[in-house]
Write a protein of this length. Structure first.
Lengths: 263, 237
C-alpha cells in the first residue's frame, strides 16, 4: 500500500472512533426511516430527502472538513516529518474524510429503503441518483473545506468563511436569482442564468436530482431554464461534468497550496 | 550530516532567519540556543521540510533536502507540542509510523519500556496526561534508530525521573554514533548534553562551535553565563 492508503487507513480509524460520522449516518437513517414510515410512499420520501440532502450535506461536510483539518494540524506536522510526499499526505487526508462521510450518508439513506422495500423498480434509479448527488456534494464540500483550511491560518476565520460560503450557495444565491429575474425581466435571461447556475454546485445538484422527478414546480427558475435549454442526456452530462470540476479544481488548488505551505 | 547554507525565511514582514549558515557534525549533540523568537523552531522546521526556505539550501549528507522526502526516514523528530489524533491509541500511532516508514525492520522500543508506556499505549491518546504524551512523543522520535534526532524542548513537561531517562537515552545514542539537534531553555540540561553550541540571535548564527570554545571565548564557567554574555554583546553590537 502506498503512503496515501496508509494515511487513509489510520485517519479512517480516528474519524470513525470520533463517532461524528456515526451520528451523521444515524441522522440520515432516522430521517429516511421516518419519511418512509409516516410519509406517502417511497417517491415522496425521496423527494423530501432531496431537500434534506441539498441543505444539510454542504453544511455538515464544509464545517466538519474545515474543523477536522485545523484540529489535525499537529498530526499533519508529525506526518510531514516522515518520509511522505505532501501530495500523498493531502490525498490521504482528503480521502480519509470524504470516504467515511460519503459512506455514512449512503448507508443512512439506503438501509431504510432496503428494510421497507421499494414501491416501484424505478425508485431504485432515483435512490441511486440521490446517493450519487449526495456523494458528489460531499466530495465537493470537503474539497472546498480543505481549500479554506489550508489557506486561512486562523481557525475562527476559516470556520466563518466556510459558513459564509454555505450561506452564499444555499440562501443568498436564491435571492440573487430572484433579484436578477425581477430586475431584468424584459431581457432574455436564459444564458446568463445557466452561467450563474454553473457557479453553484448546490443548485446544479438540485436540478440534476429533480430532473428525475416529474415536479416542475420545484425546479425553480434556473431549473426550468436548464430543462428548456438542454435535453435530459446533455443536461445530465453537463451538470455532472461541472460538478466533477467543482470537486477537482478546489482539490488541485488546495493541494498546490498545501505543498507550498509552511507548517 | 546537515548543512545549512545562507538560509533565510520571512513570515510576512518579520524576517525570522537572515542567512543562517550552520553545519552539524555527525556523532555530536548540537544545542541551538537563543532568546524566544530567535528562529530556533523555524530553523528546525526548515531542516525537516515543514517550512520552505525563501533563500539558501539545506543539505543532508550533501544532497538538497527539497528533492526527495526519503531523507526524513533517517530523522527522528520530537516536536515541542505533543498533540495527536484524539481517537487513536498509542499503539495505532506507533503502528502507523512503522507503516509509513515501511521496512524499518529494527524498531527500538527501549524508551517505551524505560518510560513504562506499555499500558498507556493501549488508551486513546486524548486521555493521556501532558507528561505521558510527551513520553510517547519522545519514544516515537527514537523508534526507528534514526541517524539524526531533532528534539525541540525535549524535557518540557517531563518529571525528573522521565527527564533523566530521556537524557540517558540521548547520551547512550550519541555514544552509538547518532547525531542530535536539541533546543532547550534549560541551560544546565544543555550543558550536560551538548558537545557543540549554535547561538541564534535575530535570525543569524552568532556563534557556532564546541561548548568549551564558547566558555573560553566568553571567559565564563558555564553555558548559562556564556550565553548571557553573548546576548548582552549582541545587544551592544
Amino acid at each position: 500500500m502506498n503512503a496515501t492508503g496508509k494515511v487513509v487507513r489510520y485517519e479512517l480509524r480516528d474519524v470513525i472512533r470520533s463517532r461524528w460520522v456515526i451520528a451523521y449516518a444515524l441522522f440520515f437513517l432516522l430521517v429516511t426511516d421516518t419519511l418512509l414510515r409516516f410519509g406517502d410512499g417511497g417517491t415522496k420520501a425521496l423527494l423530501s430527502l432531496v431537500n434534506v440532502v441539498l441543505f444539510l450535506i454542504p453544511l455538515v461536510t464544509i464545517v466538519f472538513g474545515t474543523m477536522y483539518l485545523y484540529d489535525a494540524r499537529e498530526f499533519i506536522e508529525l506526518l510531514l516529518a516522515q518520509p511522505v510526499r505532501r501530495r500523498q499526505l493531502f490525498a490521504g487526508l482528503y480521502l480519509g474524510l470524504a470516504l467515511p462521510l460519503s459512506l455514512g450518508f449512503v448507508a443512512g439513506i439506503a438501509v431504510p429503503f432496503a428494510v421497507h422495500g421499494l414501491d416501484a423498480p424505478s425508485e431504485l434509479g432515483t435512490l441511486a441518483a440521490l446517493a450519487l448527488g449526495g456523494v458528489l456534494l460531499t466530495a465537493i464540500f470537503v474539497a472546498i473545506a480543505f481549500l479554506i483550511a489550508v489557506r486561512v491560518e486562523d481557525k475562527v476565520k476559516g470556520l466563518g468563511a466556510a459558513i459564509a460560503l454555505w450561506l452564499l450557495f444555499t440562501v443568498l444565491y436564491d435571492g440573487v436569482v430572484l433579484l436578477a429575474v425581477l430586475l431584468f425581466a424584459d431581457y432574455p435571461l436564459e444564458r446568463p442564468m445557466v452561467a450563474l447556475m454553473l457557479t453553484n454546485p448546490v443548485d446544479l445538484a438540485r436540478v440534476l436530482l429533480l430532473m428525475r422527478f416529474d415536479v416542475s414546480a420545484l425546479m425553480g427558475y434556473t431549473g426550468a431554464v436548464f430543462q428548456k435549454l438542454f435535453d435530459t442526456t446533455s443536461g445530465v452530462a453537463l451538470a455532472l461534468g461541472v460538478l466533477a470540476a467543482w470537486c477537482v479544481v478546489p482539490l488541485a488548488v488546495g493541494c498546490r497550496w498545501f505543498r507550498r505551505k509552511d507548517f | 550530516m546537515i548543512t545549512l547554507q545562507d538560509v533565510a525565511k520571512r513570515f510576512g514582514r518579520v524576517e525570522v532567519l537572515r542567512g543562517v549558515d550552520l553545519a552539524l557534525r555527525p556523532g555530536r549533540v548540537t544545542a541551538i540556543v537563543g532568546p524566544n523568537g530567535a528562529g530556533k523552531t523555524t530553523m528546525i522546521k526548515i531542516i525537516l521540510g515543514l517550512a520552505r526556505a525563501d533563500r539558501g539550501r539545506v543539505l543532508f549528507d550533501g544532497r538538497p533536502v527539497t528533492d526527495d522526502p526519503a531523507y526524513r526516514a533517517r530523522i527522528g523528530y520530537m516536536p515541542q507540542i505533543a498533540r495527536f489524533p484524539e481517537h487513536l491509541t498509542g499503539v495505532d500511532l506507533l503502528a502507523m509510523l512503522e507503516d509509513l516508514r515501511g521496512g524499518a525492520a529494527a524498531v527500538d522500543r527501549g524508551l517505551v519500556e524505560r518510560f513504562r508506556l506499555e499500558d498507556q499505549l493501549a488508551k486513546p491518546l486524548r486521555v493521556l496526561s501532558g507528561g505521558t504524551r510527551q513520553k510517547v512523543n519522545a519514544a516515537m522520535a527514537f523508534l526507528f534508530r534514526p541517524d539524526l534526532l531533532v528534539l525541540d524542548e525535549p524535557t518540557a513537561g517531563l518529571d525528573p525521573v522521565a527527564s533523566s531517562v530521556l537524557k540517558d537515552e540521548i547520551l547512550g545514542a550519541r555514544a552509538g554514533g547518532r547525531t542530535f539537534l536539541i533546543t532547550s531553555h534549560i541551560m544546565s540540561e544543555l550543558e550536560e548534553l551538548a558537545d557543540d553550541v549554535a547561538f541564534l540571535l535575530d535570525g543569524q548564527v552568532r556563534f557556532a562551535g564546541p561548548l568549551d570554545d564558547l566558555k573560553r571565548d566568553t571567559r565564563q564557567v558555564n553555558l548559562e553565563r556564556a550565553i548571557a554574555r553573548l546576548m548582552t554583546r549582541g545587544v551592544a553590537a
